[in-house]
Design a protein around this ligand. Structure first.
Ligand code: DC
Length: 230
């Protein structure tokens, strides 16, 4: 009998290493990688493009319900399309980052995203990363990780990531943005960022990407092995 394909949840604050870890672990396991933050970012981009006030939950929810947000796997990585247009780069701009916490705090926006994420993960064989995967989207996930890292390590990583995209920002500005987003994401009423009780906490401050990926993949293999024996 083949091994049952797992649902793996990776949650944590901004720039804690979720995306790289999830992407590489998924590739090694032959699983689908779903960056749920990218979905919320695409929703936020739609809000900006339509000139909708982020302070108007009714309008924002309607705009997001009407948006077509699709994640596609391509040879060069995960792509995000919004109403048929590739917005993979645009969703990472500071303008989107500034409004995404407000947009993702809205109940109806989350309902749309969670429905889609559950559909994607229904058959297993998936690594989903975000803020509420282990607590809300898949509370029964086979394996849950909660990634944490000190603000200095996270700010350095995010600054590097932005630099690679040609965006120059001071470390102080990155720290402020991360701190503010974490505060908003963890204090909101709807599905706040929180470690699930049964999640494995990984502090990535002093870990290399290879070590983070190895931890996820080794645990996945162990869980699959244990299931096989039952
Ligand atoms: O992972 P990220 O920084 O790209 O996520 C962008 C924002 O989307 C984040 O600040 C909060 C929101 N988000 C969320 O509310 N729930 C998720 N599962 C993923 C992201």
């Amino acid at each position: 009998m083949g091994l049952k394909k797992l649902v793996i949840a990776i949650d944590g604050p901004a720039a804690s290493g979720k995306s790289t870890t999830a992407r590489r672990a998924a590739a090694l396991l032959g699983y689908l990688h779903v960056d749920t933050g990218a979905m919320y970012r695409a929703a936020a981009l739609k809000v900006l493009r339509t000139g909708t006030s982020p302070d108007d939950p009714e309008r924002v929810s309607q705009v997001v319900e009407d948006a077509r947000i699709v994640l596609q796997r391509r040879d060069d990585g995960l792509h995000v399309t919004l109403d048929g247009e590739d917005v993979t780069d645009e969703i990472r701009t500071p303008a989107v980052t500034r409004v995404v916490s407000a947009v993702s705090a809205m109940r109806r926006v989350r309902d749309v995203m969670v429905r889609e994420q559950r559909a994607l993960g229904a058959g297993g064989g998936i690594v989903l990363e975000g803020r509420d995967i282990g607590t809300v989207v898949f509370p029964d996930a086979d394996l849950k990780f909660f990634l944490v890292a000190g603000i200095d390590a996270r700010a350095r990583r995010r600054q590097e990531e932005l630099r690679a995209r040609g965006v120059t920002v001071s470390i102080a500005a990155v720290k402020e943005e991360l701190g503010e987003r974490d505060r908003l994401d963890s204090t909101r009423d709807e599905s706040p960022l929180r470690k699930a009780d049964d999640a494995i906490e990984l502090d990535t401050s002093a870990l290399t990407i290879d070590q983070q990926v190895a931890a996820v993949v080794a645990t996945a293999h162990r869980v699959m092995g244990e299931r096989e024996k039952k």
